[in-house]
Design a protein around this ligand. Structure first.
Ligand code: MN
Length: 454
């Protein structure tokens, strides 16, 4: 079946152009001005923007963490993703310490295969380092996983400097790389102990135990280790202006450093933790924590000037009941926010419509650059002949409302409750199929595993 999108503007990482798009089956056949194809069904997208399907390279679906399991599994999480224009998620497969990478990969396939409504891939978490895991790296590349994750905090997952360094060296040999969660574990523990001793256990204490300086310290430390290893590295969910300075310094030394941030660090600030209503404050607990307005401004500037390459969500959702389980001790609140459903329209409304970034930059941040960085380009990340027909039709004139009552995610709150968006996502096509129209999800679990290669 052929479909011809007529009258719209096609967005790429380098610009916006009035072009028609002809789709044949699952892929794009042609892109050009005034295309005609009599046998094609025509879709009038006059006045609309056509983005390549968004890629969310940082989700945690069906993850056992904080003595519970995330509220969204691959069934609900990928429906939420699709509804928000995200046609590919890259989730973190996460074996426990002592397990093999292959065990983690098989487990994540079990969680995702046959259940996912959008396409998906996995990064592999390395939380142990030994000869066996070292030998598994080429096996992971074979399986379509050229990207890895390591943690500098969280006892269950943190790997330690020696093993982190050895893993960076090994990944470099294959042209693979890791994203790293950068926070200083030891000092955070000390600050938490001090807060508890002082009886200051409300969510308002959360950001004070994870100050900006401790993200910058960890980023700086990672980047110096990467320098010695001669390895490129990705800083995931960077949240502070101080950490940006560490990135700029490393690049000035000639290092290859990629940076990701998330909508919550661009749009929400630490004042949410000061809400005297415990439940209201607890729902915003995540790590790194929400920061200051000055950090938001620095991040927006870094998006516009190219210091930051991608925006993912770190979607790690819990219901209010799960969040409230930490009542009386902020360290027991499961950390994480939902975000996979709202990222695209938030970046349009708060970014492009407000003039902070342009549409091409948004496309680079959400589609083109993650596709290239993570090895899915040009199948994903671009509307061009031969690429998958993953297309987001965005209406820049309509207005939308973000609210918990209107979510596909399995979460009973929305961090952006009541926000009115300039622009709405009108339709989403996944490999040529109309998957979402006016907020209604029309397809089932047709998501495919996408092997990637760098
Ligand atoms: Mn994460």
């Amino acid at each position: 079946m052929k479909r011809l999108f007529q009258g719209g503007r096609v967005v790429s990482g380098s610009g916006v152009a009035a072009l028609d798009v002809l789709v044949n089956g699952e892929t794009v056949e042609a892109v050009g001005p005034h295309l005609s194809c009599p046998e094609a069904e025509t879709v009038d997208v006059t006045g609309k923007l056509l983005f390549p399907g968004f890629i969310d390279a940082h989700t945690h679906f069906d993850l056992d963490v904080c003595n519970t399991t995330t509220a969204d599994d691959f069934a609900t999480g990928t429906r939420a993703a699709l509804r928000g224009g995200t046609t590919l998620v890259i989730d973190f497969a996460c074996p426990n310490k002592g397990e093999t990478l292959q065990y983690g990969l098989d487990l994540w396939h079990k969680k995702a295969d046959g259940k996912s409504s959008c396409d998906y891939g996995f990064h592999m978490t390395i939380d142990d380092w030994n000869d066996g895991i070292c030998r598994e790296i080429p096996q992971m590349l074979e399986a379509g996983i050229p990207t890895f994750k390591m943690y500098m905090t969280y006892p269950a997952m943190m790997i330690g400097d020696r093993d982190l360094f050895l893993a960076l060296e090994e990944l470099r040999k294959y042209g693979a790389f890791a994203g790293v969660h950068c926070e200083n574990a030891g000092v955070i523990d000390a600050l938490i102990a001090q807060k508890k001793a002082a009886g200051e256990v409300s969510p308002a204490s959360h950001p004070a135990t994870r100050p900006n300086a401790l993200e910058a310290e960890a980023v700086g430390s990672l980047l110096r280790m990467a320098q010695v290893a001669g390895a490129p590295v990705m800083i995931v969910h960077l949240s502070t202006k101080e950490a940006l300075e560490e990135v700029r310094a490393a690049r000035a030394r000639g290092q290859t450093v990629y940076v990701e941030t998330c909508p919550q660090y661009l749009l929400l600030d630490r004042s949410y933790y000061e809400n005297p209503n415990y439940s209201q404050a607890a729902r915003y607990v995540c790590a790194p924590p929400l920061r200051e307005k000055a950090d938001q401004e620095a991040l927006w500037a870094a998006l516009a000037d190219g210091t930051i390459q991608t925006i993912s969500t770190d979607h790690c959702s819990f219901t209010l009941a799960q969040k409230d389980a930490g009542k009386g001790d902020f360290t027991q609140i499961p950390g994480g926010l939902p975000g996979v459903e709202s990222r695209g329209i938030l970046l349009w409304s708060e970014g492009v419509a407000r003039g902070r970034i342009d549409a091409a930059r948004m496309c680079a941040l959400l589609s083109e650059t993650p596709a290239k960085l993570y090895g899915a380009y040009p199948r994903k990340g671009v509307i061009a002949p031969g690429s998958d027909a993953d297309i987001v039709v965005l209406d820049p004139e309509a207005r939308g409302l973000l609210t918990a009552a209107d979510q596909a995610a399995n979460v009973d709150y929305c961090p952006y409750e009541g926000w009115v968006t300039q622009g709405v996502i009108d339709q989403v096509y996944l490999r040529g199929q109309l998957a979402v129209a006016h907020g209604q999800i029309l397809t089932g679990p047709m998501g495919q595993y996408i092997p990637r290669k760098l």
